[in-house]
Write a protein that binds this ligand. Structure first.
Ligand SMILES: [Zn+2]
Length: 391
């Protein structure tokens, strides 16, 4: 017989309104049922994972994450260590985001994802390629040598080199040849996000007409909003065919900006970590082999020349930053990091709690501190004062 555990909930995130005061019955690695709290007497006290009542959320889905934990993701050990770093902070599915270092390296990274997938403590969804077809004038921390001019036949080569693992690409719609590239990526089933772009409103609109369906870290690495030419920012906020990522780490966007984006686009906003390999590392300078030197400074990653190079927090930080805004509930914030990214990727069963579904769960305290995290039924994180699982 499969082992059964019971979780007492304070509130439980669902598709609609949160459910209060329920029991979640876990059988093996799956959610067997969700029952009213009054059903507790049907179970032995030993089956309850603790005496606590938790806020329960689905595991987070991070579609823009470069690394974390101080390791290099370009090796099996590094990719697994990065996966543990994010899983232990509540992320249960991750789209590894990389720059373009040539077709051979792209194939190697796709193979690495396949090798790591059965071993990783979270679901590795594939690759998000940030570039190579972005605007060099607003490349931010993306190395210049990873950028390319568009030749439409190259797009097919790139998709093929990724062996089915390329799920998303970031592209600037104003670069020459973008029409052919966006159409070719979409034909290959790849999500096209516009970003690292100085697009005018007309150029951003053209990108949407060619098939672009998302925006990469809205508000960062794009032309600032102008009232008569709102550009990619204004297009993202008003165009229903676009979803949009935001980095809500407390540094990339001001609280007022987060609030404005939330009001304009709540159902189509996607929280992403944009976490770099220095994620979780202390303030100061960090060197990754011969590859890259980054500074962790005042809560963000910077290149030695001061350019903002991404974030240093796992996705749960984005959830709690959003939930700290007066207008945003913790449940709305979690939806932006679960259902919304799953919707963009077209994955129905991801980022939700459902009876019969996988046990990808976050158990949090009333202050939103992480208490326990389960991915695929395995406990990947337990806070120090939580009891071990019943045996
Ligand atoms: Zn970027």
């Amino acid at each position: 017989m499969l082992k059964r555990w019971i979780i007492r909930t304070r509130a439980l995130a669902t598709e609609g309104n949160p459910l209060e005061d329920k029991l979640i019955v876990i059988s093996g690695k799956r959610i067997e049922s969700i029952l009213p709290a009054s059903a507790a007497r049907r179970f032995s006290g030993k089956a309850f994972i603790s005496g606590q009542r938790y806020l329960v959320f689905p595991g987070l889905v991070d579609i823009h994450c470069h690394g974390g934990g101080g390791v290099d993701v370009h090796s099996l050990g590094g990719l697994l260590a990065t996966s543990y770093f994010h899983a232990s902070h509540g992320t249960s599915a991750l789209l590894l985001t990389i720059f373009f270092e040539g077709l051979k390296e792209l194939t190697r990274m796709a193979e690495l994802i396949r090798e790591a997938r059965p071993l990783a403590p979270l679901r590795l969804l594939g690759l998000h390629l940030e570039g190579p077809y972005i605007n060099p004038e607003i490349r931010g921390a993306i190395p210049h040598e990873t950028l390319r001019n568009i030749r439409t036949p190259d797009v097919r080569k790139l998709v093929d080199a990724a062996c089915g693992e390329l799920k998303m690409v970031t592209i600037a719609p104003e670069v020459p040849g973008a029409e052919g590239a966006i159409k070719a990526f979409r034909e290959a089933g790849v999500v096209v996000a516009m970003g690292h772009s100085l697009a005018t409103t007309n150029e951003a609109r053209a990108g949407v007409d060619w098939g672009a369906n998302s925006v990469t870290h809205l508000g960062n690495a794009m032309r600032p909003f102008h009232q008569r030419d709102p550009g990619l920012v204004g297009t993202a906020l008003t165009e229903q065919r676009l979803m949009a990522e935001i980095v809500a780490d407390g540094n990339h966007l001001a609280p007022e900006t987060l609030n404005m984006f939330f009001r304009a686009k709540v159902g189509d906003l996607i929280l992403v970590s944009d976490c770099r390999w220095v994620g979780g590392m202390p303030e100061g300078e960090h060197q990754q082999g011969t590859r890259e030197k980054l500074l962790v400074q005042n809560g963000v990653a910077r290149r030695p020349d001061g350019t903002l190079a991404g974030a240093i927090h796992p996705l749960w930080k984005g959830v709690t930053t959003m939930a700290a805004l007066p207008e945003v509930s913790i449940f709305a914030a979690v939806r932006m990091a679960t259902r919304n990214p799953a919707k963009l990727l077209g994955k129905k069963n991801l980022g939700r709690i459902s009876v019969g579904g996988r046990m990808d769960l976050i158990l949090a305290g009333p202050d939103y501190s992480l208490r326990r995290v389960f991915v695929g039924g395995e406990e990947v994180f337990r806070a120090a004062n939580e009891p071990p699982l019943p045996v």
